[in-house]
Design a protein around this ligand. Structure first.
Ligand code: FES
Length: 72
């Protein structure tokens, strides 16, 4: 499935980037280019990123969204 049409980035590309160490949207953007065009793929890219990276918090805290895009 294509996640980012602007840069032709697929879900598998994101999974591969995560395996290679991309653990944030900035790292994913640097490795794949996803989200660096029109930006409309940001939510889906974050969902795929979150689904594929190793959890760093206990399970009971995983319900809290970890999105770098939420403004301060
Ligand atoms: S669809 Fe990803 S930047 Fe446009």
């Amino acid at each position: 499935m294509y996640v980012c049409i602007c840069h032709g980035v697929t879900e598998k590309d994101i999974q591969q980037a995560v395996k290679q160490g991309a653990d944030s949207i900035d790292a994913l953007r640097a490795k794949t280019g996803a989200t660096s065009g029109c930006g409309s793929c940001l939510d889906v890219a974050l969902d795929v990123l979150d689904a594929n990276r190793s959890p760093t918090l206990p399970d009971f805290l995983q319900i809290i969204p970890q999105r770098e895009s939420i403004p301060a």
